[in-house]
Design a protein around this ligand. Structure first.
Ligand code: PMP
Length: 402
C-alpha cells in the first residue's frame, strides 16, 4: 500500500544504512569465493573478560531477572560515578543507566528539545545523531569547520559561535571526542573553549565520550571542567560498547546530567523501557569495578600503527592522524572524477566505497553516512592480516584509477 501519510515524517528523513548495502555486495563476493577485507562495522573483538562473563552467569543463577529501578541499579549508578571520577560533583540521581549509549543520547535529546529546536553536532557527526534529533522533532545541524588545518575536521569556538548566532533556537551542542568517524581527540583547551561558548549562549554541552579509554601516544582524556558554572550545562554520555571487548551486545550505556535533565530522562525511561536488562547491568557493574584491560588500547594502537604504515602514500588518499578510537579516516576527494578500470567515473564517497567493495573486497564506511562526502571510514579493530592484505588491495584499487 502506497500512501504518504502512513509513516510519520520524522522517520521519513532517515537514510537507509549504506553499510548494510555494502555488506550485501561483500557477501556476494564471499559466495563466489572471493576475499573480503572488512573495515566496516565498528566493534572491538577479542574475548569477553571472564569477570564480566561470570557476573552475567551469576546474575542468572541468582535469578536477578525481575523488574528493577528504571533509572538503573543504584550500585551501577554509583560505580559509574567512580568510573568517570565524578563522585565529588554528582550523586546517583544524576546518573541514568540506558540500553546503550544510543538510548542515553535519545533520552537526552527528548528531555531537552522542543519541536523545532536546533541540535548542533560537530563536523562529521556519528550516523545516528541526526535521526535521534528527528525523533524529537528537533533540527539537526552540523557545525562546519571553516578552517581545515591538515584536513582535520575539528570545530573551533568561532565555528560554534557563528552557528549559534545564526540559530537562536539552538538547545544543545553535541561533541564526540574521541570522534567516530574521524579518530580525532579534542584537547583540554579545545574542550574548555567550546564549553565556554555553550555557557555564554546558555545551551547544553553534551559530550559523547564512548571511546574515551582508547587513546594513543600516551594521551590522557581531556575531562570537561565541572564546577558551579558548568554543571547546569554539561551532560556526559558513555557506556560499555567500545571501551570493553565484545560488550556492544550487552546494550549498556549511561548518562550523567544536571538534576532536572536527569529527572526528565529517568521519567521518560520509566515509561518506555523500564530500564535496561538487569543481567547486563550486573555484567557492566563487574566490568567497571574490576581491573581495566589497558591492553585493549595498546592492541589498537599497534593496529593503528600497522594501518598507517600500510596505507602510507596510497594515491588519492590523505589519511587523518588517529588520536584515539579505532577508525582511520580517509580524505578521498582526489579520486572524484577519476575512472575505474570498468569505466565508471567516481563522483562521491558512496561510489568510492562501492568500487572498493565490489572490485577489491575492501569494505569501508562511506563518509556520506557521516554527512561528509569526500571521506571514508575504516575500522581497524580487525586482524593484522586483514589490515596488511586489505591495504594492499586498497592501494591497487586507487592505483588503477585513471
Ligand atoms: N556514540 C558513538 C560515537 C558511537 O560510535 C556509537 C556506536 N557506534 C554510539 C554512540 C552508540 O553506542 P551504543 O552501541 O552503546 O548504543
Amino acid at each position: 500500500m502506497e500512501s504518504t501519510d502512513r509513516i510519520s515524517p520524522k522517520l521519513g528523513k532517515f537514510r537507509p544504512s549504506l553499510t548494510l548495502g555494502l555488506k550485501a555486495i561483500a557477501n556476494e563476493r564471499k559466495s563466489k569465493g572471493l576475499p573480503v577485507y572488512d573495515f566496516g562495522l565498528g566493534e572491538t573483538k577479542g574475548n569477553l573478560n571472564p569477570v564480566v562473563k561470570e557476573a552475567g552467569i551469576q546474575a542468572f543463577k541468582d535469578e536477578m531477572t525481575m523488574y528493577a529501578d528504571p533509572a538503573g541499579m543504584p550500585e551501577l549508578r554509583d560505580a559509574v560515578l567512580d568510573w568517570l571520577a565524578l563522585k565529588e560533583h554528582y550523586t546517583i540521581e544524576n546518573v541514568t543507566i540506558t540500553a546503550g549509549a544510543k538510548q542515553a543520547l535519545f533520552n537526552m535529546i527528548m528531555a531537552i528539545c522542543n519541536p523545532g529546536d536546533v541540535v548542533l553536532f560537530d563536523a562529521a557527526p556519528w550516523v545516528s545523531y541526526a535521526p535521534l534529533a528527528y525523533c524529537a522533532y528537533a533540527v539537526p545541524v552540523m557545525v562546519l569547520s571553516l578552517e581545515k588545518k591538515d584536513n582535520y575536521l575539528k570545530v573551533t569556538p568561532e565555528d560554534l559561535r557563528r552557528n549559534l548566532e545564526l540559530r537562536p533556537f539552538s538547545k544543545l551542542f553535541l561533541l564526540n571526542s574521541p570522534c567516530n568517524p574521524t579518530g580525532q581527540l579534542y584537547t583540554a583547551e579545545e574542550v574548555e573553549a567550546l564549553l565556554r561558548v555553550c555557557i555564554e549562549h546558555k545551551i547544553f554541552f553534551a559530550l559523547d565520550r564512548l571511546y574515551w579509554k582508547i587513546l594513543f601516544d600516551g594521551r590522557s582524556y581531556p575531562e570537561p571542567r565541572i564546577d558551579q558554572e558548568t554543571k547546569p550545562w554539561v551532560i556526559q554520555v558513555d557506556g560499555m560498547s567500545k571501551n570493553f571487548r565484545r560488550c556492544g551486545g550487552l546494550r549498556i550505556g549511561w548518562c550523567v546530567a544536571p538534576d532536572d535533565v536527569s529527572r526528565a530522562m529517568i521519567n521518560l525511561q520509566s515509561h518506555y523501557t523500564s530500564g535496561p536488562t538487569t543481567v547486563s547491568q550486573q555484567a557492566a557493574l563487574a566490568a567497571i569495578t574490576s581491573d581495566y584491560d589497558t591492553e585493549l588500547a595498546t592492541d589498537l594502537e599497534n593496529k593503528r600503527n600497522l594501518m598507517q604504515k600500510h596505507c602510507k602514500d596510497i594515491p588519492c588518499v590523505k589519511v587523518f592522524p588517529t588520536d584515539g578510537s579505532f577508525y582511520s579516516f580517509w580524505d578521498v576527494r582526489e579520486a572524484f572524477g577519476k575512472k575505474t578500470p570498468s569505466g565508471e567515473i567516481l563522483k562521491n564517497s558512496d561510489d568510492v566505497a562501492n568500487y572498493l567493495t565490489r572490485d577489491y573486497g575492501v569494505l569501508t564506511g562511506s563518509g556520506m553516512g557521516f554527512l561528509q562526502n569526500g571521506y571514508l571510514r575504516l575500522c581497524f579493530a580487525t586482524p593484522d592480516e586483514t589490515i596488511i592484505e586489505g591495504m594492499a588491495q586498497a592501494r591497487k584499487a586507487f592505483e588503477s584509477l585513471k
